[in-house]
Design a protein around this ligand. Structure first.
Ligand code: C2E
Ligand code: CA
Ligand code: CA
Ligand code: CA
Length: 278
């Protein structure tokens, strides 16, 4: 009865919108999940289009509820954001991901980087630097193998603060990525001022090229990234046509169901071994 969670989770989710009692119950369940360590991390590979290898993975939170089974982020992240519990969840995900990545380094897989999502809540608190520093120290993972994914909207509220904040994080040696890129309203001049390494093109734009037809937005983002010397990851790649289109355009990485869903540790390692063989 474990992974029959899909329907339950949806039920959970639908009730939340309308019933304050259900919300309170879920918040309570989430608090206990944090102390009971019910959150686990799955990893979705990113395919390096220049080498054909998987050299990085994105850590994605999963909640394994003892009664409701597997609950997806879309069903618990919104409430976690609202209540601020996302900070504790995000910290657990970060710690686990760093420990896993440090362990992988001892397994002859080649260099594997991990990226971890950071919520707006964590950005607004002032302890993210310490939290990241801690995760690196505890795991022994060299900072260059950790990338933090932030969204442009959470940074745009205050450019001066964002600049300072990101520079400070960057001084730890970690990489920074802008997630869901294209959905906010960043200008070129704004982007130039931020110390970021990577743009992740939002899957809604990548979807325009599903059948291999050109997407003006994808091409504009790639041109912009090129002139700013940023790496680009296309997310939500689901078809071969999209993949070859992105390859032709010189996109650096592809992530999406065509390559793999997010997988538990053992399975993602098997996939990496298999893909990187030879
Ligand atoms: P995101 O950061 O944009 O992550 C990508 C989402 O797209 C993931 O959903 C992933 O499973 C899904 N995806 C990947 N490939 C494809 C594809 O080819 N097609 C489609 N349609 N979808 C694809 P997931 O795991 O449900 O996560 C949803 C969101 O929840 C994430 O979006 C992220 O914003 C948030 N999230 C997940 N884990 C964490 C976390 O540890 N901390 C924080 N702050 N947010 C998290
Ligand atoms: Ca992400
Ligand atoms: Ca994204
Ligand atoms: Ca997205």
């Amino acid at each position: 009865a474990r992974y029959q969670g899909g329907n339950n989770a949806q039920f959970f989710h639908q009730r939340l919108a309308t019933q304050p009692v259900a919300r309170m119950q879920m918040e309570k369940a989430m608090r206990s999940a944090i102390t009971q360590n019910e959150f686990s991390v799955n990893y979705q590979p990113k395919l390096n289009l220049r080498t054909g290898r998987i050299d990085s993975v994105e850590a994605l939170a999963r909640w394994i509820h003892p009664e409701n089974g597997l609950i997806d982020p879309q069903d618990f992240i919104p409430l976690a954001e609202e209540t601020g519990l996302i900070a504790a969840i995000g910290e657990q995900v970060l710690n686990k991901a760093c420990l896993d990545a440090a362990e992988w380094r001892e397994q002859n897989l080649g260099e594997i980087s991990i990226s971890v999502n950071i919520s707006g809540h964590q950005v607004r608190r002032d302890d993210l630097y310490d939290v990241v520093h801690n995760a690196l120290c505890q795991s022994g993972l060299p900072a260059v193998y950790l990338e933090l994914e932030l969204t442009e909207s959470m940074l745009m509220e205050d450019i001066h603060h964002a600049q300072e904040f990101l520079n400070r994080l960057r001084s730890l040696g970690v990489r920074l990525a802008l997630d869901d890129f294209g959905t906010g309203y960043s200008s070129l001049s704004y982007l130039k001022r931020l110390p970021i390494d990577t743009l992740k093109i939002d899957k809604s734009f990548v979807a325009e090229a599903r059948q291999g037809a050109p997407s003006p937005i994808v091409e504009a983002i790639l041109a912009m990234a090129d002139s700013l010397k940023l790496k680009v990851v296309a997310e939500g790649v689901e078809t071969k046509e999209q993949l070859s289109y992105l390859e032709r355009l010189g996109c650096d990485y592809a992530q999406g169901y065509l390559i793999s869903h997010a997988l538990p540790t053992a399975e993602v390692l098997t996939l990496i071994r298999h893909t990187n063989l030879d």
